[in-house]
Design a protein around this ligand. Structure first.
Ligand code: BES
Ligand code: ZN
Ligand code: ZN
Length: 496
């Protein structure tokens, strides 16, 4: 798809569909709708007066052959309250426009940017939303695939921008949008295809394409290093574990004393059956998405290879499959983690924290000054927050605050949960330094307390994105399926 920026009057733009966002309370007889109404000789007033169209976000209405316009169709899109219109909403409106255009078989779609945002930021997020909206989860369908595609998408703006600036903004949006769709495709991929080995292969392939250095630590090396918490999870599977390490080649920027060095750590459980503490059959197939945190980290690192962030950053993805078998870890087993702490594994289904424990401790030995992990870690966070907000916890309050502020751009909602010391005693073990589960209550927090033991004194943020990895409903701006949740938060954090 070609995406371009034009500072031209929408009346003059020839395209198959022109998308025009309408804010709450706007009337066809006053500015700015009055000119659209005049141009279309009263059609807009007729539609608004009929009550058929609502200005609720993403409500859309198509008008064919609008007289006076060069567009084949006019799409009115509800944009909500003007003063509450964020870049995150603009991204979605762009997705709605692109999807509506595709659904109508349009080859060229234009969107009028009516927000008051910085034109470069607007062009970037519109590009992201358009690409996001074009993704479908039908990777393995051999028939009934929707092959239609919008070929040209035009961003219309009243603001002027130099051509080079517009191209750069659209270029950044394309990098982020494509990386997000790549992450989504990994999450949608079934576990028989996306094994830990295949995860590593895909990282190597995309790394070679975008200039991301990918190192894979194999089982023997993990054994030598003593990553026994991670190894305990993969013991039941015939698929060997892999630790993916992603680096941005930067010969020109050597590590400076005191300069921040972020480690992004993503849970990469390619399938979580629960292991010996096996899960019920119902919805178990969704556990192919238990590597969504890892996919977000890989996607973010793909972006950073192409758009350099301000600070040094490294990505770590412990990739394993959690299955029961004759060689699997059993409840009650004790392992010595990479950090030296001993862990009693009470429940083999609390496997994410085991692999993250070793990856967090390993990142510290690499010199990371700020740790950020992202994981589909607990069902408990879904009980607490539903599927609207992901949970955020940690000891690095500055970074947590910045992430939460960025929601208005990234559009990924985060809600902070507490980490009081009193929760720590719930994971005290009788036989080892710590056990891997608490009791029924506050499960998202006790999981985080477990991780905190391995982040130790290094400033650390934990994102529990369980439940956010898939969207079952689908929306006007995107199909149902994998979301790529977390990638934009990581990108926005490192870019701002
Ligand atoms: N991968 C799951 C968490 C999860 C649940 C992700 C639903 C996405 C949707 C995790 O490994 C897990 O099984 N957690 C257990 C922990 C429990 C045994 C303490 C849980 O939440 O039930
Ligand atoms: Zn589990
Ligand atoms: Zn899991």
């Amino acid at each position: 798809m070609r995406i371009e920026f034009l500072a031209r009057k929408y009346i003059e733009v020839a395209c198959d569909m022109l998308a025009y966002p309408v804010f709450e309370g706007e009337k066809p007889d006053s500015d700015p709708l009055v000119s659209l109404d005049k141009a279309t000789r009263g059609i807009v007033a007729a539609v608004l007066d009929s009550g058929e169209f609502k200005t609720d976000l993403h409500h859309a209405c198509v008008i064919h052959h609008p007289a006076g316009l060069k567009a084949g169709r006019l799409l009115l899109i509800g944009a909500g309250k003007k003063e509450e219109f964020t870049l995150a909403m603009l991204r979605q409106v762009a997705g709605t426009a692109a999807r509506a255009g595709r659904g109508a078989g349009c080859k060229s779609v234009a969107l009028l940017d009516r927000g008051d945002h910085d034109a470069r930021e607007a062009a970037r997020v519109i590009t992201e939303g358009v690409l996001y909206g074009q993704y479908d989860s039908d990777i393995h369908k051999t028939r009934d695939k929707d092959e239609r595609a919008v070929e040209r998408f035009v961003i219309l703006s009243k603001q002027r921008m130099a051509r080079s600036e517009a191209e750069a903004a659209i270029g950044r949006g394309t990098i982020i949008g494509e990386a997000t769709n790549f992450a989504r495709s990994l999450v949608d991929e079934p576990a028989n295809i996306l094994t830990p080995a295949q995860f590593a292969e895909r990282a190597l392939a995309v790394g070679a394409r975008v200039g991301l250095e990918v190192q894979i630590l194999e089982r023997e090396e993990l054994e030598k290093l003593g990553m026994n918490a991670m190894l305990a999870v993969s013991r039941g599977s015939a698929e060997p574990p892999k630790l993916l390490i992603l680096r941005i080649p930067e010969p020109e920027r050597k590590a400076r004393d005191g300069a921040p060095f972020h480690a992004l750590i993503g849970k990469g459980v390619t399938f979580d059956s629960g292991g010996i503490s096996i899960k019920p059959a119902e919805k178990m197939e969704r556990m192919k998405g238990d590597m969504a945190g890892g996919a977000a980290v890989l996607g973010a690192m793909i972006v950073f290879a192409q758009i350099r962030p301000r600070h040094r950053v490294i990505g770590l993805i412990p990739a394993v499959e959690n299955l029961p078998s004759g060689s699997a870890t059993k409840p009650g087993d004790v392992v010595r983690a990479f950090s030296g702490k001993t862990v009693e594994i009470i429940n083999t289904d609390a496997e994410g924290r085991l692999i993250l424990a070793d990856a967090l401790a390993y990142a510290r030995t690499l010199g990371a000054t700020n740790l950020i992990d992202i994981a589909t870690l607990t069902g408990a966070v879904m009980v607490a927050l539903g599927m609207v907000n992901a949970g955020v916890m940690g000891t690095d309050q500055k970074t947590i605050d910045r992430m939460r502020k960025n929601v208005y751009v990234a559009g990924e909602k985060l809600w902070q949960l507490p980490l009081d010391d009193e929760y720590r005693r719930l994971i005290r073990s009788e036989v080892a330094d710590i056990k891997n589960v608490g009791n029924r209550w506050g499960g998202a927090i006790t999981a985080a307390k477990f991780l905190q033991e391995f982040a130790e004194s290094t400033p650390w943020v934990h994102l529990d994105i369980a439940g956010m990895e898939y969207d079952d409903e689908g929306h006007p701006y995107c199909s149902r399926g994998a979301t790529g949740f977390g990638l934009r938060t990581l990108v926005q954090l490192m870019m701002s």
